[in-house]
Design a protein around this ligand. Sequence first.
Ligand code: NAI
Length: 462
Amino acid sequence: MQHHDLIVIGAGPGGYVAALRAAQLGLNVACVEKESRLGGTCLRVGCIPSKALLESSELYSEARHGLAGHGIVAGAVTLDLAAMLARKDGIVDQLTRGIAGLLKKGGITRYEGLGRLAGAGRVDVVAADGGVTPLSAVHVLIATGSTSATLPGIELDPERVCTSTEALAWPSVPGHLVVIGAGAIGLELGSVWCRLGAKVTVLEYLERILPANDAEIAKDAQRVLAKQGLSFKLGVKVTGARATSDGALIEIEGHEPLRCDRVLVAVGRRPNTAGLALEQLGIALDPKGRIPVDAHYRTQASGVYAIGDVIPGPMLAHKAEDEGVACVEHIVTGYGHVNYDTIPNIVYTHPEVAGVGKTEEELVAAGVPYRKGAFPFLANGLAKALGSTQGKVKILAHRDTDRILGVHILGPRAGDLIAEAVVAMEFGASSEDLARTCHAHPTLAECVKEAALAVDGRALHI
Ligand code: NAI
């Protein structure tokens, strides 16, 4: 039986990064993955392919509607969807191969199959043909990620009532697409198909979109996305959806059923724990189906750890990566830490939505006194030159100490701009620190500086 210091189950961003770091730290590491391609949901059917399609569809939309404003006259712009999808697949292929290369370079042994706990310090790898390879290890790390959740009454159908996985590969543009759920997935993929020509209706149970984001920024985002053609129905509870002979039918509580061509179900994700045989080692799930862990990612079973989407917290690739690193660093060195107050989130609509730290609602609910500064991209020179002036930067700082508590952005490249706020918060910066930091001109980042000045009522360009 092969023995390893650490067996990582799952080669998504949490698992493969943990494996790489553990190998750097000198452990003999194995990584068990059921898919032939490494990288997990993020790489194969999540973050990366969606970003590829977001970029392509945005270029298509720009070519159709945006170039004339720059004085560029292009002939008839047409869509070659097959080529667009092939480009996306090519990017995914390259990156998954890259991860296989990284694991090889790190000396990590890869096993293809389903990882299953088989007693203390034991993992069985069950191959697609049913063959079992027994392994032993000092430490086992579960990083099996999550799968699209669905709702009671929804009958998934590979053609008509789909999850994000299928919606990344539809071979034709739906006439009318209904998206259930106005979270990151619903808005990103809703934007893709809207830009490519679909009529898109987003149904959301809550009275707002993007429930995890700052409400003011989410409201601004809704206005901008509605202008782009996404139609929102808020406060509606979907109770069923199914394929029909020529499309799909959606049932909504208290409303007439809705007919459309395709449905995207984007109502969250659920942890992947089935088949791990957690009960073998006495690991019980919490009421949301997640694996409970302590501050060092230790489960109820000695020597078994868990990170990423299978444990509580936001289901984000970078959160999983940081947990993977912290977990194995703690195993090897006795130290390892994730600062959950500074985990950014980004929604890749156009413009992007990004945030870190507390939302304004959270500060109000907690009774924390704060000051707020905001600055619009409309007043920024580079944003004007780019032709992307929608949105703003909003900074929330403690009223008495001026420490930055939250930064929320709707605007061009918000996902890159938020990095400055994350670093500032990681170093415990005040809004004054940001305001006194030299920002190059002309850049979008000047909006961050101006918002910091605005906290003290002294923004200069508005
Ligand atoms: P989500 O939890 O962010 O949003 C789901 C939405 O569906 C919520 O607004 C919820 O109120 C709504 N909903 C639930 N039941 C409903 C019903 N019966 N009728 C109508 N609406 C209903 O989930 P989403 O967008 O599926 O994303 C899953 C996870 O993946 C999230 O944790 C998200 O942060 C992550 N993700 C992150 C991305 C990024 O970082 N750019 C991109 C895509 C996903």
